[in-house]
Design a protein around this ligand. Structure first.
Ligand code: GLN
Length: 485
């Protein structure tokens, strides 16, 4: 069964001639047809384009020009601009948007021979932790279809967990790769800020947004990151730094690895079942030769409040371009210019996006800018300094990715604060620009639990090595939901 294979296994099968890309692509398209009605993980399925690209990939291989990703089908989060395929960002505002170019991430994966199966559902403009804010309806968690998949890359997580795609792309501004990966039982990597180009990725909060891979294993994420990472002159915050081969260090032994456990990640608010799973995973690392060290990240409690000033402030500025003039939704029969702005934005954006724009505009307005935005930036530095201090002592930091397992659809919709706390362990990593990964570590109440691992800036190789070694010794990443077997 192709769908139960990892990306690395599928690549080997393609290489050995055991399967063609057209067969593989068709198999995943068939699964999407069979199951996605239930999950709603795709906004657009690009069947004809996928089969054409698969055919081209097979020809490329026959001509002896195949790389590790040639002919591998994947799904892209619908935040990445795709030429000739609509890009909605989960919003009514962009329901009619055809991007005139590909995002760099899409372009790079295309150049590597990847076949796009379609565009995945997401929280509107990537604002959310449950995928319930999408204009296209909520996504279901394949482990329990009454539960959310997490967000905002909920469609990307759900389709991989249900084996409708072997891997997908996601974006993470405050946890949107790691939290849904955790809730759906897959592996999701948020790279260092600046490692992967943001060009053509619809902006939410530009100083935090970062794209990354979502797959079954750390090895698969390494293969994906090899193709995704790298300098892009079209992204002013992209770093001109050589991209290592992220698969090279996967098999390094962990003996002597120093793992820091921040006491703030194991306190109040952490579900006991999740804590149990995370502690067992850490015990496994101890058995594998790692040294466990208690550390402190004393400003952790400031991460969520700081984020909810910085991210809305940046989004209020980024989203001002959606004014009904150049592209996106425009209201019918506007009376005058002001009426057109007001109604186009009023109709095009959903409630959560409006809430963020209002909070952000307020925080940036004259008289409040110093008290909120400047203050938040100062605290952001303190949060970042906590990590720098910790990394003088340890090689990686571990803890839960999410304080609880997947909650039910509707459970937190009326309580934004409780929803915002879903990212309490992931947000600080974005504020500090660090790389982080969530890997499947077990189950609590039959729902997946993710272990989060955080490393120094640009130390993705170490992160992937540490995650891969765990996956060599456990099989949580191999579990798949029975209903989608
Ligand atoms: N859940 C967080 C938010 O709503 C993070 C979203 C993200 O990482 N894109 O802002």
């Amino acid at each position: 069964m192709y769908h139960q294979k990892t990306l690395a296994e599928l690549a080997a099968m393609l290489e050995a001639g055991d399967v063609t890309s057209v067969e593989l692509t068709q198999a995943f398209l068939d699964r999407i047809k069979q199951y996605d009605g239930e999950l709603n993980s795709f906004i657009t399925v690009t069947e004809a384009q996928a089969l054409a690209h698969a055919k081209a990939a097979d020809e490329k291989r026959a001509a002896g020009n195949a790389g590790p990703l040639t002919g591998i089908p994947i799904a892209h989060k619908d935040i990445f601009c795709t030429l000739d395929v609509k890009t909605t960002c989960g919003s009514k505002m962009l329901d009619n948007f055809d991007a005139p170019y590909n995002a760099t991430v899409v372009e790079k994966l295309l150049a590597a021979g990847v076949v796009m199966l379609g565009k995945t559902n997401m929280d509107e403009f990537a604002m959310g932790s449950s995928n319930e804010t999408s204009f296209y309806g909520p996504v279901k968690n394949p482990w329990n279809t009454n539960a959310v998949p997490g967000g905002s890359s909920g469609g990307s997580a759900s389709c991989v967990a249900a084996r409708l795609a072997p891997a997908s792309t996601g974006t993470d501004t405050g946890g949107s790769i790691r939290q849904p990966a955790s809730l759906c039982g897959i592996t999701g990597l948020k790279p260092t800020y600046g490692r992967v180009s943001r060009y053509g990725m619809i902006a939410f909060a530009s100083s935090l947004d970062q794209a990354g891979p979502m797959a079954h294993t750390a090895e698969d994420c390494a293969i994906m990151l090899n193709a995704m990472a790298g300098f892009d002159p079209r992204d002013s915050t992209s770093l001109d730094k050589a991209v290592p081969d992220y698969t090279a260090d996967l098999n390094k032994p962990l003996a002597g690895l120093k793992i820091g456990l921040p006491r703030e990640y194991f306190g109040e608010g952490l579900d006991a079942g999740v804590a149990g799973v995370v502690n067992t995973a850490i015990e496994q690392y101890r058995k594998m030769g790692a040294e466990i060290i208690d550390i402190t990240l004393p400003n952790t409690h400031l991460a969520v409040p700081v984020y909810y000033v910085v991210a809305p402030a940046e989004c209020s500025s980024n989203l001002s371009r959606f004014d009904g003039v150049r592209f996106g939704h425009r209201c019918d029969d506007p009376k005058d210019l002001e009426d057109m702005y007001k109604r186009s934005r009023g109709e095009g954006f959903g409630a959560e996006v409006k809430r963020r724009i209002m909070v952000g505009t307020y925080a940036l307005s004259a008289g409040y800018y110093d008290a909120y935005y400047i203050k938040a930036q100062q605290l952001r530095r303190m949060i970042s300094d906590d990590f720098s201090k910790a990394f003088e002592q340890v090689d990686v930091i571990m803890g839960p990715a999410s304080p609880e397992t997947a909650f039910n659809i509707g459970e937190k919709s009326d309580d934004p604060i409780s929803m915002y706390l879903s990212d309490i362990y992931t947000i600080a990593v974005n504020l500090a620009g660090l790389p982080g990964i969530s890997i499947p570590a077990g189950f609590s109440n039959n729902m997946p639990v993710g272990l989060q691992i955080i490393a120094r800036h640009f130390d993705e190789s170490r992160l992937l090595n540490v995650a891969h070694q765990y996956q060599q010794n456990t099989d949580w990443h191999k579990q798949s939901p029975d209903a989608f077997a």
